[in-house]
Design a protein around this ligand. Sequence first.
Ligand code: PAF
Length: 281
Amino acid sequence: MKRIYTEAEWRPLWLGLVQEKKSLGFVPTMGALHQGHMDLVEESLSQTDYTLVSIFVNPTQFNSHEDFQNYPNTLEADLALLEAQGVDAVFLPSTETLYPSPPQLSIDFGHLSRVLEGKFRPGHFHGVGLIVAKLFHIIRPTVAFFGQKDLQQVAVVRRLLHDLSFNIDLEVVTTRREKDGLAMSSRNLRLDPQERAVAPLLYSGMQEIKQHLLSGVSWKEAKASFLRRLESEKQFQMEYIALVHPETFEIFEIFSPLGSSSICLAAYLGKIRLIDNLPII
Ligand code: PAF
């Protein structure tokens, strides 16, 4: 597995792929890899000729310095995992390489920047947009792989690809869950045992809402019963729960079985913020 640190090192390898007409799969990550990331890697390995994974903890997408500082760093284990999986190359840029000076550009995704994650993490999608655009320009992949777990991020990336005319295909990979239903996330490592024990309630609660909606219960009632259940578990602090269109993030007050919709939520368990989503139709 090649370790690449700069665009200058990558360009000749990329040119080689172009000359050999090989497709390039790209999996952007911030490290602390788990099976959810490895699913993206596996998809890339099976769908493309050459797979590059980037590991970079992007400072511009964190809205709390503490969260940035506490982001887990498991680089050696990550590299061993990727190598064992058969990844061709890993991109490990330094902050100075990607941000030689503080960026002045500000990226606003309109409605997507103002609702749910956009509302509760102001500036987050600006940072995601910046780094993903930089990485796309440097790596120039054929296909980029993103996880469905970050559904709003997927919508943001789709917008970025469209509005900036990137010639890159987007592949969205289903959320990988622990046996008890908790969506895999690097943040799960920071839950204490009590928090970890109740965390799966977020997923089971969404499944219950889904069943209610499909059997005719209103969104308002289904959501209220979920919130009552969560309130009885004192450890949760709910940030939002919404029914949305999975691509536009239009927020629905009424469930319709005729169009696509997904439940999206964010909640704190102690200091750890968890997000998850579930497609209804
Ligand atoms: O999903 C993530 O891990 C990050 O938001 C990404 C896409 C790697 C950009 O830093």
